[in-house]
Design a protein around this ligand. Sequence first.
Ligand SMILES: Nc1ncnc2c1ncn2[C@@H]1O[C@H](COP(=O)(O)OP(=O)(O)OP(=O)(O)O)[C@@H](O)[C@H]1O
Length: 296
Amino acid sequence: MWGGTSRKSPYLSTEKIRRFTYAELSTITNNFKRELGEGSFGKVYHGYLDDDTEVAVKILSELSNQGYEQFEAEVKLLLTVHHRNLTTLCGYCDEGKQIGLVYEYMANGNLKQYLSDKSADVVSWEGRLRVAVEAAQGLEYLHHGCKPPRVHRDIKSANILLSENFQAKIADFGLTKSFPVEGVTHMSTAVAGTFGYLDPDLWVDSMIGQGDIKNTVDPRLHGDFDISSAWKAVEIAMLSVSQTSTERPTMNHVVRELSQCLEMEIARKGRRGAEPRNQHEMVSINLGTALNPSAR
Ligand SMILES: Nc1ncnc2c1ncn2[C@@H]1O[C@H](COP(=O)(O)OP(=O)(O)OP(=O)(O)O)[C@@H](O)[C@H]1O
């Protein structure tokens, strides 16, 4: 139960976030009919609130080892930080052993699923850069726009959710920690994250060492991307995974660089002339906000 033994949740005072009974969660999800997926905390179900808002309902499994602590950390964080590129919490359930979280529904699931789904449309280079810029903006807000600053500690493609119009939002804040205002480079924190998760920089390093950008980028794009934009994106990605924290760029810098990659790709398409645009390319992004993290 949230925050210890008291029945009165500390989150009840928050007006924006609704408290649901387990029976209400059952109604919202039509008796837990449609499963969206399952994570280490338990299952996630599709549902509708009274006003027809589409939601995803995460139910904490009694078998979950991580349990209440991370659920609680997630609720605490989402009560205090708000940004268009962070997942939105609509409510929670705290009824004895029945613990649940209600989120805004993200129709295109997580980025990992989407990119590996052979039946999904191939996301263009521009679409991928938009997702990268938006995810980076979410992190930029956590690092530079919040007081105290926060580090997520479990960033991976499975924790980036995509809305119906492919807006990217960072999810899973159970491991998020505050760090001193001096900056992320001075922070020391216990190792966290997903066990067994390996960034793809192992093989990328050898490809770019050979000057081979075309074979580094997803072959499904058939070379349809601006080469300089791809080089720049790979360079910033490789810098971001430097072993030494002082060599890693700040998120302000990452957002700036990725926004430039996006501009380069848009300019290439402009030069190429008007061609049919797919839905991923139609998603609008406000580049003006990229340098100026702000709450939604
Ligand atoms: N708001 C949401 N809208 C739509 N689908 C969601 C939403 N939140 C989670 N999901 C889906 O539910 C599944 C489980 O999500 P969950 O966050 O519990 O676990 P995970 O992040 O995949 O794994 P872990 O918790 O182990 O890191 C994922 O496939 C995810 O795409």
